[in-house]
Design a binder for this molecule. Sequence first.
Ligand code: SF4
Ligand code: FES
Length: 239
Amino acid sequence: MPDVTIKVDGREITAKTEETLLPALLAAGFDIPHMCYNEEIKPYGACRLCIVEVEAGGRRSVVSSCSYPVSDGMVVYTDTERIKKHRRMIVELLLARCPDVKEVRDLARDVGLEHEPRFAKRDKGCILCGLCTRACEQVVGVSAISFVGRGPDKEVGTPFLDRSDVCIGCGSCYYVCPVNYVEMEDEEDVRRFPQWKVEFEKVWCERLGRKVPKKMLEHFSKIAKIPEGWFEGSPAGKK
Ligand code: SF4
Ligand code: FES
């Protein structure tokens, strides 16, 4: 795909036509806060931290750069007073929801939020960025977790907050969470996810060089069309 040229804070940078703005800005060295973006997962625009101003037809609009497509000649501003003010408000709301989450407190310091949130504080550990649910659905392909509940009671969980039958124990939710909310207990022969009420027997995987949940190997062998029994009959099946 050919490159496009965009002007950011007065500087010209190039981006791939199929890209959205955020990866292009990050690659060019712009420091844009972001908490719900991962290049392997479809953007969702949940945290709104990555906002920038885009100028078109003489008007400027505030957009989430992670989901906004680049176009040739576009003009972008990343550090205006309007952006800083909006971002501080977004962080203040996040801090009210998750006052004890280190990553959110660090962010509050970085954006210059100098007072405690003016909104009612809640005691949540999850910022509802949706990275875990999207990774589970889009990358792993099992949808073991999703958002449950509404409004202030919205949270991430398994269906009916019960034990998940489809979870394979891969730990994608744990690895992708930007605020370390998802708990994973990894012992020699077992892996547990207390919040999803599941635990998995682990077996040796030669390719990964470590023990991993058996159900995860079975799932990925199906996706990769590896013949049934491969992990029992191959070095990957070693205990
Ligand atoms: S558990 Fe983590 S990854 Fe999942 S929505 Fe909450 S903050 Fe995001
Ligand atoms: S990173 Fe863009 S909305 Fe969260």
